[in-house]
Write a protein that binds this ligand. Sequence first.
Ligand SMILES: NC(=O)c1ccc[n+]([C@@H]2O[C@H](COP(=O)([O-])OP(=O)(O)OC[C@H]3O[C@@H](n4cnc5c(N)ncnc54)[C@H](OP(=O)(O)O)[C@@H]3O)[C@@H](O)[C@H]2O)c1
Length: 286
Amino acid sequence: MPSSVPNVTLNNGIEVPTLGFGVYQVPPEETEQVVTSALAAGYRHLDTAAAYGNEEAVGRAIAASGISREELFVTTKLWIQDAGEEKARRAFEASLQRLGLDYIDLYLVHQPYGDYFGAWRTMQDLNQQGLVKAIGVSNFYPDRLVDLIEHSEVVPAVNQIETHPFFQRAADQEIMQAKGVQHQSWGPFAEGRNNLFGDPVLSDIGAAHGKSVAQVVLRWLIQRDVVVIPKSVRPDRMAENIDVFDFALTDDELNGIAGMDAGSSLFFDHRDPAMVSLIGTRRIHD
Ligand SMILES: NC(=O)c1ccc[n+]([C@@H]2O[C@H](COP(=O)([O-])OP(=O)(O)OC[C@H]3O[C@@H](n4cnc5c(N)ncnc54)[C@H](OP(=O)(O)O)[C@@H]3O)[C@@H](O)[C@H]2O)c1
């Protein structure tokens, strides 16, 4: 087992492991085994969402693991269909039940669409009641993030956004840091797009440290104070991805990676009206 993963402290004093495990696109029927393997590899921070359809399987793996609840950090997310004060409370209770837990460590607004102000008021209440240890958002560009902050009681603890070598978000991170919002990366490997795993800059840096491209990318994000949640269904890669705490990138190497930033999404722009309609109207339940 690799050395333990360090924590960072969120703006409300709650600690989160800097490296966790994501289960997006893991089919529900495979998720229990995959999460069981991730826990065995040493991951204690899990990232799921109501929209991933695999919360129940994550819950079964947690229950079967015998790991004490305090050792785990579990994130799930509220889908757009459930934005709004009352719907958010019902959706939270459904997520909690599917996960088989009596509290969630981090509850995120999954997308900046619909009545997320209403959802946020409910999340603030859940936080105050201790049912959620920290609340945050995902996919918020700085304008919407700052708007939410200016008109709410609780500042989001986290903003989980697409962040990888081709879309680095340095300016967004500066704003988040100024506001006390922890930057969390989704898609740290850009899901392998742009030939990330064969990239020559990343490969050369990896060779200098005896590390893989995946390890270089995770290390780079962690050195930038970004919390990471890589996904893999393969135990060998789970072990590789958590083994990033025994080396450090030099300033020259960090500058080399900085040069890879293309400054735009490899997936879709959350501000594109067509995508706002498409994603914003996706339903995940009746
Ligand atoms: N908030 C949001 O809107 C949002 C959106 C997307 C993702 N997320 C979260 O972020 C997590 C991570 O992002 P992601 O799953 O989209 O993509 P990712 O972690 O960037 O990439 C996952 C891909 O990389 C491969 N991979 C993993 N480790 C590898 C390694 N060491 N060497 C070579 N290939 C490797 C995986 O293949 P195998 O599985 O076959 O190993 C998979 O195809 C998600 O699981 C989810 O929890 C959130």
